[in-house]
Each structure stands twice: as structure tokens, then as C-alpha cells.
Design a protein around this ligand. Structure first.
Ligand SMILES: *Cc1c(COP(=O)(O)O)cnc(C)c1O
Length: 331
């Protein structure tokens, strides 16, 4: 089967990223293993410069662009971490950057985008209207429009995460990847097929925004209501390129509730001294939701991001958090 992206592109991305990003750590936590019943390796993308794995994609895209193309400036749409990634990469390469973010985007992420020197335009209630506005502004201003899901260089860049994971642990039984548009999970499929064919790549999404899940199950990109509070996973549609790769390589696609994600977020804080945003805890939530299935296995969970809002951090210590984690660790 032919794709717009191959394993060789991921290797090339690693070369482009050398000198920009160090390898991120991957640790196990005995207390976490005791709760899950599995050997869990937490891949710490929360320690990346913008607090999320997406920076690998943004830097890869900018590094591969011609200077004249960079000078035209870039335009994209995002709820937050893709915006941060592109803003960071544009700052590194001296390219003008504008991002349309839904008006509901986290204030912390908007502030961080602006601090990187990018223009943040707040528009509409969701990603669909942000996308529409970004397309309009890109056409008017002659800017290069970047799709967060269907841009091959972004997938190649985020794929380097899985080179690191699977070179360190080629004996993994599974790697669990949180999905919004699916770039990370799609790239994981490419890399696993090459480096660790026995390792199952399992995607996970919030049941409150199941567009990628439903697109994968049905074999065609669909739109679905987007009601999750977990902004890294908040997307209303399937994206063609990641879906194509996931169709070929994904072993399974799970759904977890926002409440299960919150419980996992709290568990990462208490048992792995790790501050994850909701999306960064979704992979662990999938393991917790299927303790029997993962029992005794070696599993990597990708902590994709650490950009928790002030409200999320406050809630982690609150009574709702305690109740959720208690019920989940007794279940
Ligand atoms: C974007 C994002 C995801 C989802 O990644 P996709 O490549 O869009 O599927 C997961 N976690 C975090 C923290 C993110 O920022």
C-alpha cells in the first residue's frame, strides 16, 4: 500500500531535529505499576520545550521549508498545543506565525502562543469555525496554511517519539497513544511496523469527541460532536492522512470518558510525580480501563503533554479528583 509518508521520512525528521530537541526520558514508577498491574513506561513528552510532543512536528516542518516559503509566513488553527508547536518553530526559524484558536481555548495556551511572538486570533466556538477563519485569513494574506492533521512533515516529526520509545524498548507488548487528529498514532504505526512488529499500537480518544475513533472503525472520515473538556483531544472530524496510516497499522482504538481521563491525570500526579494535561493522561486511562487486558504486559503510555490549565491543576487536589481515583483504584 502506498502512503504519502514512509519510515524513511521519520528517520529524516530525526536528523532535522538533531540539535533542536534532546531525547525525552521514559520512566517506570513501581507505585504506578502496582495500581495498573502492568509494567508501564511513561514517555515524558510533557517535558518538551512547549510542553507537548507536537513541537517535534512543528520543528520538522519549518526545518524542511524553503526560506522564501518561511518568509511568506504561516497560518494554522488549533486549540492550543499545535499552535504552540508552530509558534515555537516559527520563532526558531524567524518565520511570521498566526494561529486561529477557538474563543474557548485555554487562556494559558493563548498567552503562551503570544509569548512566543505569534499572532493569536480568537474566533468561533470550535475547531471547525477556527479552521474556516484560518483558511480565509491565509488566502487574504498569502500565507502558507498548515493543516494540523494532514501535513506529512508533522507526522514525520512526531514519529521520532516512537523511534525513541521502540529503540529503548523493542520488547514492548503495546504502546498506547492519545488521539485527536491522529498524527501521533499514525506515525507510531509506521515506526512500530519497522522496529517492533509484535508491539501493538493502541489509540485512545475521549468518548465525548469520538470522530477519529468512529472514522477508524467505519473506514471513512466522519464528523462527530466534540464535547470533551480535554482540549488536546478536542476534534470534530477524522483526518485523511492519519486515518489512512492508522487503518493499516493500528491494533485497536479505545474510548475512555473524560472522568476516566481525569482520574488518570490525578494518578500521574500522585504516583509518577508528573503534571499531565488531560490529553497527556488519556493513554494511562486506557490502561486503567482494561486492567485485565494489560495485566503483566510491558506497555508504553505516551504522556503527550503537560499544559494543564490553572483550573485543571486546582481540580487535581479537589474532592472530585479523590472520589474518581478511589473508585478507579478499587474497580
Ligand atoms: C494534539 C495532542 C494530542 C493528540 O495528537 P494528534 O496527533 O492530534 O492525534 C494528544 N495529546 C496532546 C497533549 C496533544 O497536544
Amino acid at each position: 500500500m502506498e502512503h504519502e509518508l514512509t519510515y524513511a521520512d521519520v528517520l529524516a525528521a530525526r536528523d532535522l531535529l538533531t540539535g533542536h530537541l534532546p531525547v525525552t526520558p521514559m520512566w517506570s514508577y513501581p507505585a504506578l505499576d502496582a495500581v495498573t498491574g502492568a509494567t508501564v513506561h511513561v514517555k515524558h513528552e510533557n517535558v518538551q520545550p512547549v510542553g507537548a510532543f507536537k513541537v517535534r512536528g512543528g520543528l520538522t516542518l519549518l526545518a524542511a521549508m524553503a526560506p522564501a516559503q518561511r518568509a511568506r509566513g504561516l497560518m494554522t488553527y488549533s486549540t492550543g498545543n499545535h499552535a504552540l508547536s508552530l509558534a515555537y518553530a516559527c520563532a526558531v526559524f524567524g518565520a511570521p506565525c498566526s494561529v486561529v484558536m477557538p474563543a474557548t481555548a485555554s487562556a494559558e495556551k493563548v498567552r503562551a502562543v503570544r509569548a512566543l511572538g505569534a499572532t493569536a486570533v480568537l474566533h468561533g466556538a470550535d475547531m471547525a469555525s477556527a479552521q474556516e477563519r484560518a483558511e480565509q485569513l491565509a488566502a487574504e494574506g498569502g500565507r502558507h496554511l498548515v493543516s494540523p492533521g494532514d501535513t506529512p512533515a508533522l507526522l514525520a516529526g512526531v514519529g521520532t517519539t516512537y523511534l525513541e520509545v521502540l529503540e529503548a524498548r523493542p520488547d514492548l507488548d503495546a504502546v498506547v497513544v492519545p488521539v485527536g487528529s491522529g498524527t501521533g498514532a499514525a506515525a507510531a504505526c509506521l515506526v512500530a511496523a519497522q522496529l517492533a512488529p509484535a508491539c501493538r499500537v493502541i489509540a485512545v480518544q475521549s468518548s465525548a469527541a469520538p470522530a477519529a475513533h468512529d472514522s477508524w472503525r467505519g473506514g471513512a472520515c466522519v464528523r462527530r460532536p466534540n464535547r470533551t473538556a480535554v482540549d488536546g483531544l478536542a476534534t470534530g472530524r477524522g483526518f485523511t492522512l492519519p486515518q489512512q496510516l492508522m487503518r493499516a497499522g493500528l491494533a485497536d482504538f479505545r474510548l475512555v470518558s473524560d472522568a476516566e481521563i481525569f482520574a488518570a491525570q490525578r494518578l500521574l500526579a500522585s504516583h509518577a510525580h508528573t503534571l499531565a494535561e488531560g490529553a497527556g493522561a488519556a493513554a494511562l486511562a486506557a490502561v486503567l480501563a482494561d486492567r485485565d487486558g494489560f495485566a503483566g504486559q510491558r506497555v508504553a503510555v505516551v504522556c503527550t503533554g503537560g499544559n494543564a490549565s490553572a483550573a485543571e491543576i486546582a481540580a487535581l487536589g479537589g474532592p472530585a479528583g479523590r472520589a474518581l481515583v478511589t473508585s478507579s483504584s478499587c474497580g
